[in-house]
Design a binder for this molecule. Structure first.
Ligand SMILES: [Zn+2]
Length: 471
């Protein structure tokens, strides 16, 4: 079965063939490190990770680059020429820190968060501030080719010089002009032109350039770093749907304007995450960073599961109830793994393995249809929980998990009281006695004490069972 992706550029599903056989060059727009990443950001990063893992599952070698934006991303970024204040510098001002302190702190936090979401490490995570030389060289090339012009130490991209401008987002220059909140800037030839290099003495971060001191625009970094580490043409570029315009539209204009070659062969965009049915925003009080959720004690595996469980091109509505349900599913995975580890393969389970392998791959090949792939896996689990299965079924799940990245082999299975160490066993027994005499609040106190020790209890028909919670 051929692997197919929906390409934003062509607006249809296309068979995926990398430029070089067996190797995939992929660039993911990464975080702007001015604050903790929120779960909407993480939907995009978990998707990029899932994509990489599935390409590897299919036997490709993936060269993955994810950038760290530590300069040039302005607070108003819905127009090509973004305005406002540099996000890093604004954060530094508010927290009475230097921009460097801010970007170091939040880069470290991002890498920790990425670990808790079990994201595989990209081949490179280049920082914008470490690639000023590459950016100014690219800007010079654009000036030479007539795609950019210098005014008072700033450099602008001349959108009129690039015929394909607007193609990715399905806009014409006229439509863009009509839709934009354009600021009068006498330096520009065309109000839609966007800055590649900015001269502004008030900006804290400044570098020397052929046009005087200044700092780079946001879009130029991704063109420069993608081309440096992956070459002029790459196979896959990902980002959130809000990156289509202006960010990715500008990247195409810059890269193709400079090289005359196609920049990206497949553009994959992830739809927004909604929280409680609404767009996430700090003012609506439905804003979660990953850290907020982990601090509430939610299992990171459940959060990852929830983020990847919807198709990446559909809106995902995130709720805390959804995370709780996902925690239940993670436990079901754990129980299944335990059943298979200790069970025996049989004719029925071997047939089911063949079937689920086929279904999983067919679903994933079809533009990473995760809901369909997961439905097949759950059907497989339901059937084998009834009719039995063994190590071969366990290994099948481990192979799927190389894509899902849920760490299925290390989910603690439920245990009964007698398996616990004496102190815990005593508490479980005591709680049982209290429950039998209807002393519910005292029983609940013991449950709370056990939770504090990292033990969760569940009451079943056969009595209570427990397991450790992995942090
Ligand atoms: Zn980017």
């Amino acid at each position: 079965m051929a692997l197919r992706f929906y390409n934003t550029l062509s607006r249809k599903k296309e068979t995926f063939r990398p430029l070089k056989k067996g190797i995939v060059k992929m660039y993911n727009c990464g975080p702007t490190v001015y604050d903790f990443a929120h779960i909407g950001n993480f939907r995009a990063y978990v998707f990029a990770d899932l994509l990489r893992r599935y390409l590897e599952y299919k036997g490709f070698r993936v060269k993955q680059v994810m950038n760290i934006t530590d300069v040039g991303h302005m607070s108003i970024d819905d127009d090509a020429d973004s305005r406002g204040e540099d996000k890093i510098e604004a954060s530094a001002r508010k927290q009475h820190k230097t921009p460097l302190e801010i970007s170091h702190f939040y880069t470290k936090a991002f890498i920790e968060d990425a670990k808790s979401m079990n994201l595989m490490k990209p081949m490179k995570m280049p920082k914008a501030t470490k690639h000023i030389k590459e950016m100014t060289a690219l800007v010079q090339k654009l000036i030479k080719k007539g795609h950019a012009y210098v005014v008072n130490g700033s450099v602008y991209y001349d959108v009129g010089s690039f015929k394909k401008y607007g193609r990715l987002s399905g806009n014409s220059i006229e439509q863009l002009r009509a839709g934009a909140r354009l600021e009068v800037n006498p330096e520009k030839k065309n109000p839609l032109d966007f800055a590649l290099w900015i001269s502004n003495p008030k900006h804290v971060m400044q570098w020397d350039s052929p046009w005087g001191r200044g700092y780079p625009g946001w879009h130029i970094e991704c063109s420069a770093m993608s081309m440096k580490y992956l070459g002029d043409t790459i196979d896959i570029h990902t980002g959130g749907e809000d990156n289509i315009f202006p960010h990715h539209e500008c990247e195409i204009a810059q890269s193709e304007g400079a090289t005359g070659k196609p920049f990206v062969r497949y553009w994959l965009h992830i739809r927004h995450l909604m929280v409680n049915g609404q767009k996430m925003s700090k003012s609506k009080g439905n804003f979660y960073t990953l850290r907020d959720l982990l601090a509430k004690g939610y299992n990171p595996k459940a959060i990852r599961y929830l983020l990847l469980s919807a198709h990446y091109r559909t809106r995902l509505n995130f709720t805390e109830d959804g995370v709780k349900k996902a925690e239940g599913l993670i436990r079901r995975f754990g129980e299944f793994m335990e059943n298979m580890r200790t069970g025996k393969d049989n004719a029925k389970s071997l047939r089911a393995i063949k079937k689920v392998n086929k279904e999983f791959e067919a679903a994933m090949d079809d533009d990473l249809n995760m809901p369909r792939a997961l439905a097949s896996i759950f059907e497989f689990m339901r059937n084998l929980n009834k009719s039995g299965g063994g190590p071969k079924a366990y290994q099948t799940m481990i192979a799927f998990d190389s894509v899902l990245g849920l760490g299925l082999s290390d989910i603690e299975a439920w245990k009964v009281a007698k398996d616990a160490e004496p102190e815990i066993r005593k508490l479980i027994k005591k709680r049982e006695e209290l429950r039998k005499t209807n002393k519910w609040s005292e029983a609940d106190k013991i449950r709370a004490a056990l939770t504090k020790k990292g033990i969760v209890i569940e009451d079943t028909e056969k009595g209570p069972r427990w397991r450790k919670v992995k942090k």
